[in-house]
Each structure stands twice: as C-alpha cells, then as structure tokens.
Design a protein around this ligand. Structure first.
Ligand SMILES: [Zn+2]
Length: 280
C-alpha cells in the first residue's frame, strides 16, 4: 500500500513523464517475458540478426516457430497496465511512451505518443527493396505453403516465437519478397542489430523535454533501452521503476516498486489498489 502511494506521489509530483516500457507490461496479456527476476534468460536467447540474414536454415526455423506462435500472439489484447498508461497520456502527462515491446498493445489501448524502439511485429520488411507488408499477409502465405505445420501447437514464447525444438525445419518453405526476391524479415530490431539512429534521436529529444522518467516492466538488460536511463540520470531527472525483480538501473532509481505493472498502475484508472501481486 505504501509503495503504491509512493508511485502515485511520484506521478503527481512530475507533470511530464518519459515512460519506458518492457516485456513485463505485456505478460498479463499472455505474452511471456524473456527474463526471470534475476534478469537471466528463461530459455534460449532469440535469434540474432547475423544468423537470420546469413543462414537459410535459421530463417526456416524462425518462420516455422513464428507461424505457429503467431496464432495466439496476434490475438493478444491490452491489459490494465496498457490502459493505465493510455490514461496517463490522456491526462496530458506523458511526454513520450518509449516501448521495447513489439506487440503494439499500447497503441491498441489508445496511446498515440508512442515510439516502438525495437520495431513492430505486425509488419514484415523486405531487406532488398525495403517494402513493408502486414505480418497477417505473410502468415496467410506461410500457412498456404506449409499446410502440414498448421496443426502443430507449441508453448508461447516472446516475440511470437514458439518452441518447436524437435521439429524438422528443413521441409519448411520460406517465401522470398514477391517484388525483388529479397529476404523477408520481421520489422523488428533483432539482437545484434542497431536501432535506427533517427528513432533514438527522436526519443532523446522527448526525454530532454520530460521532467522525470517512469520505467514499467523492464529489467533494462538490453542496452538500447538502458541508454535512455543513463541519459536521464546524467541530466539529473528522477527515475522510478515498476518491475518484478532486479533491473540494471537499480542503483539509479529514486523509487522502485516491485509489483506487477497492472497492480502498480491501477491508481491511474481510479481502481482500488490491488494487494500484493503474485511473485514470478
Ligand atoms: Zn523486396
């Protein structure tokens, strides 16, 4: 209860907030987190940019897993944390919502001042001609080309991936770009790939305009997100974080709330405080 009050006070005290969100924001929407409370990988790290671009077998494996995982990922709906942050924006209090998530659930919940730091999984980009297409369109094509795979079920995994370790990926057909024959890639920033410079610069500009920073559901283990926390700390901006477990920024925080994102932000929706959130 006192922790919730502290966060409410933090939000009250700082009129303009730079909000940075991560996977913890979407776990209650059924999209699992990559990392445990210690910030370690819960399962095998995701595919790297270099492996995806350099190796057809890796792309077969990626798209096969993605095709199976997409069915449920594509149906994920926003939860109270997304709605609370949309409400914060509607109150005129959000300078920017910078999300490391690629699920677009903030936008679905009504947030408009959003930058998708790591891109968006609902688009596919051709690495040859830069054309973009809806992921749903590619899904239809993948299903058409690989009918034998459509009956498979698998546990959900982050980024629409799915565990299919024992399956035979060699038989999986990955279509090329229909315009130029180039390699199709989800329009997200893979591990080993840089966030586009312009995206970083725009977010940095908004950070300079904000009075304080609010981190929601991120352990900040990825540098592309952590860099903004470093920038805020250097500028002397107060930083608060909501996260179940350790974050890389713990030493820089003015306030740390170890609750689920939904419970910690419930006050923004005028809902009574939720008692202790279940751990893990
Ligand atoms: Zn192309």
């Amino acid at each position: 209860m006192t922790k919730r009050t502290s966060l409410e006070e933090f939000v009250d005290r700082h009129r303009r907030l730079f909000v940075l969100t991560g996977a913890g924001c979407s776990t209650n929407s059924g999209i699992p987190d990559y990392r445990d409370a210690e910030g370690n990988w819960k399962r095998t790290p995701p595919v790297t940019y270099q492996a995806f671009m350099g190796d057809l077998a890796t792309r077969r494996r990626y798209w096969a897993r993605s095709m199976v995982g997409w069915r449920r990922f594509g149906q994920a709906r926003p939860n109270g944390a997304h709605r609370a942050l949309a409400r914060l924006e509607a109150m005129g209090r959000s300078e920017l919502l910078l999300t490391q998530n690629v699920d677009r659930l903030h936008q679905t919940a009504g947030s408009a001042r959003v930058i998708d730091l790591h891109g968006r999984l609902d688009l596919v980009r051709c690495m040859g001609c830069e054309r973009r297409m809806p992921r749903t369109e590619l899904q239809d094509e993948l299903v058409r080309l690989n009918p034998a795979w459509t009956d498979l079920d698998a546990a959900d995994a982050p980024d629409g991936d799915a565990d299919l370790e024992s399956a035979e990926f060699q038989s999986f057909i990955v279509p090329p770009c229909r315009h130029c024959g180039g390699v199709l890639k989800p329009d997200v920033v893979f591990f080993g790939e840089n966030v586009p410079r312009e995206r970083v610069d725009t977010a940095t500009h908004h950070l300079a305009e904000a009075e304080a920073m609010l981190i929601v559901g991120s352990s900040l283990m990825v540098y592309s997100g952590f860099r903004f926390v470093q920038t805020a700390a250097r500028a002397g901006k107060p930083i608060a974080a909501v996260n179940l477990g350790r974050t890389r920024a713990d030493g820089l925080l003015a306030l740390k709330v170890e609750q689920s994102c939904e419970a910690a932000l419930a006050f923004l929706l005028g809902e009574p405080a939720v008692a202790a959130a279940p751990a893990g």
